[in-house]
Design a protein around this ligand. Structure first.
Ligand code: AMP
Ligand code: ZN
Length: 471
C-alpha cells in the first residue's frame, strides 16, 4: 500500500510521492525548539511525531535527510537573556544541551542537521535582500525590514494557504513586530528587527543596520539552505500553522527560488496539541510537565515515548499520570512476551513474519494511524501468549516473530527494557523462598513471596528455575 499523509496545504490525505525523480531521497524539516526553557511534554509530542515520520519513511526504504532547527534568537529568548544577564550563547546553551539529553532519553534519532539560527545570519540577510529586490519587502526608517502582504498578494500569490484569513478588516501596511500573533492581527510581519536598547548585546550587522532576524525568516533561510528551495515535508505543531508556517511560505516562495512549478514545501504536516489532565498545560494549573519532571517521578523515557506514540498525530491527546502508569503495564506485557520468545528462539536464525508487518504498515500507511498499529501489535501479543501457553510455537516460529518485532521497533523505538539489576536483599529473599519450598515449608515460602511483592518484585517460576521480576 502507498503511504498517505494529510497535507494541510490541500486539507486532504494525499499519496506521498517524493520530489526526487528516483523516488528515493526525502527532505524533512521539523521546526525545532526555542531554547529559552526546558522543552515540555507537549513539545515532545511534536518532536516524537517528527521522529516517527522519519523512522517510518526509512522503514519504507526512503533515504531521509532530517533537519531540525534550533531557534536560539527570538523575542522570548531576548527577554530571558535580559532577565538573566547572561550572554546569549551561555543562556541558550543550557537549554540546548538539555534538549539533546531529552532527545536521547526519549530515544529519538538525532536529526542529521540541527542548525542554529544565529549561525545562519548571512543566509537570512541574503533572503531578505532578495525580498527587498523583488519589491515584496520594505525598510522602515528605524532600520527594520517588513514583508508586505499587499505586494505579495498583488503579485498573484496567496497569503492564507494553510489557514483561512479574513482580509476585509486588514489595514494595508499595518505592521506587527512580535514573532507570534493571532490570525486577527494579520499584518506585515518583521523580517529584520532594528536594534533597540532592550536587545542588549543581541544584534548582528546587516546592510540596513544592526538588528536581529524575525523568527519566521530563520526557518525559511535554514530549511532552504540545507534542503534546497523546494523540499518534501515540513512538520510542526498545529499552533505553527499561523503565522509561522504561513509566513515561511510567503517569504520562501516570495523569493522565487523554486524551480518552475514547484512549491517551497510539497507536504505540510501538523500535529495536534497535547492536553494534560484534560486542560491546556499551564504552570498555574499545576499540570505543566517537562520531561525531567516526569523522570523525577520515576517514569522512564521509554514509557513516556510509548505513551506519546499511542495516539495518531492529528488527534488531540490527553496526557495523564494514570495513562503513564498504563504505559508501564502495557510495556511489561510486551516485554514479557518478547522475553519468552527470546528464550524459545535461542540462536535460531529468523525467517520472515509477513502478517504482522503487513498489518503494521497498512495502519501506518493510512496517515500514520499508529493507534491501529498498536492494536495489531497487542492482538499479536495476545495470540502469541496463547500459543506459548499451549506449547504451540517452536524455535523458528519464535525467531520469525522476533525478527518482525525488530523491524517494527525500528519505527517505534521503544526498544528493550533496560536490564534491571536484582538488588542483593531481593536475591537473598528469593533464595530463602526456594529453600523454604524445598523444605516443604509452604507457609514460609508464601510469606516471602508477599514480602517480595511489598518490595515491588514478583516471582516467576520458569522451566529454568525461579526468578524475580519488577512489578
Ligand atoms: P516552541 O519551542 O515553542 O517553538 O515549540 C516547539 C514545538 O512544539 C512546535 O512545533 C510547537 O507547535 C510544539 N508544541 C507547543 N506546545 C505544544 C503542545 N501543547 N502539544 C503539542 N505540541 C506543542
Ligand atoms: Zn520553524
Amino acid at each position: 500500500m502507498a503511504l498517505k499523509l494529510f497535507n494541510t496545504l490541500s486539507r486532504s490525505a494525499q499519496e506521498f510521492v517524493p520530489l526526487d525523480p528516483a523516488g528515493k531521497r526525502v527532505g524533512l524539516y521539523c521546526c525545532g525548539p526555542t531554547v529559552y526553557d526546558f522543552a515540555h511534554i507537549g513539545n515532545w509530542r511534536t518532536f516524537i511525531f517528527g521522529d516517527l515520520v522519519r523512522r517510518y519513511l526509512e522503514f519504507k526504504g526512503f533515504s531521509v535527510l532530517h533537519v531540525m532547527n534550533i531557534t536560539d534568537v527570538d523575542d522570548k529568548i531576548i527577554k530571558k537573556v535580559r532577565e538573566s544577564n547572561l550572554p546569549l550563547r551561555e543562556f541558550t546553551g543550557t537549554f540546548e544541551s538539555a534538549f539533546f539529553d531529552d532527545l536521547k532519553a526519549l530515544n529519538c534519532l538525532l536529526p542529521h542537521q540541527t542548525p542554529r539560527a544565529t549561525e545562519h545570519i548571512p543566509e537570512i540577510v541574503s533572503l531578505i535582500e532578495k525580498l527587498l529586490a523583488r519589491g515584496l519587502a520594505y525598510k522602515t526608517p528605524d532600520g527594520s525590514a517588513y514583508f508586505s502582504i499587499e505586494k505579495y498578494r498583488g503579485s498573484g500569490s496567496q497569503y492564507g494557504q494553510l489557514v483561512k484569513l479574513n482580509f476585509d478588516e486588514m489595514r494595508v501596511g499595518e505592521r506587527v513586530r512580535t514573532d507570534e500573533y493571532a490570525k486577527e492581527a494579520v499584518a506585515d510581519f518583521a523580517l529584520w528587527k532594528a536594534r533597540v536598547p532592550e536587545d542588549g548585546q543581541v544584534f548582528w550587522p546587516s546592510p540596513w543596520g544592526p538588528g536581529r532576524p524575525g523568527w519566521h525568516i530563520e526557518c525559511s533561510a535554514m530549511s532552504m539552505a540545507l534542503l534546497g528551495p523546494s523540499f518534501d515535508l515540513h512538520l510542526g505543531g498545529e499552533d505553527l500553522m499561523f503565522p509561522h508556517h504561513e509566513d515561511e511560505i510567503a517569504q520562501s516562495e516570495g523569493a522565487a527560488l523554486q524551480p518552475q512549478g514547484q512549491r517551497f514545501v510539497k507536504y505540510w504536516l501538523h500535529g495536534a496539541h497535547l492536553l494534560v489532565e484534560g486542560k491546556k498545560m499551564s504552570k498555574s494549573l499545576g499540570n505543566f510537565f517537562t520531561l525531567r519532571d516526569l523522570l523525577a517521578k520515576g517514569f522512564t523515557g521509554r514509557e513516556i515515548r510509548y505513551l506519546l506514540l499511542t495516539a495518531r498525530y492529528r488527534e488531540t491527546f490527553n496526557f495523564t499520570l494514570e495513562g503513564l502508569q498504563g504505559a508501564h503495564t502495557a510495556l511489561l506485557r510486551l516485554d514479557d512476551c518478547l522475553k519468552k520468545l527470546r528464550e524459545l528462539a535461542g540462536d535460531t536464525i529468523a525467517t520472515d513474519h509477513p502478517a504482522l508487518l503487513n498489518q503494521f504498515s497498512d495502519s501506518l500507511d493510512d496517515d500514520l494511524n499508529i493507534a491501529g498499529a498498536w492494536g495489531a501489535i497487542f492482538d499479536w501479543v495476545r495470540e502469541t501468549n496463547k500459543k506459548l501457553a499451549e506449547n504451540a510455537l517452536d524455535a523458528s516460529n519464535a525467531a520469525a516473530a522476533l525478527a518482525a518485532w525488530e523491524k517494527l521497533d525500528s519505527v517505534l523505538g521503544v526498544g528493550s527494557p533496560p536490564e534491571v539489576a536484582v538488588p542483593p536483599d531481593i536475591a537473598t529473599l528469593l533464595e530463602a523462598r526456594q529453600a523454604a519450598r524445598k523444605a516443604k515449608d509452604f507457609k514460609r515460602a508464601d510469606a516471602i513471596r508477599d514480602e517480595l511483592k511489598a518490595k515491588g518484585w514478583t516471582i516467576e517460576d520458569t522451566p529454568k528455575g525461579a526468578r524475580v521480576k519488577r512489578l
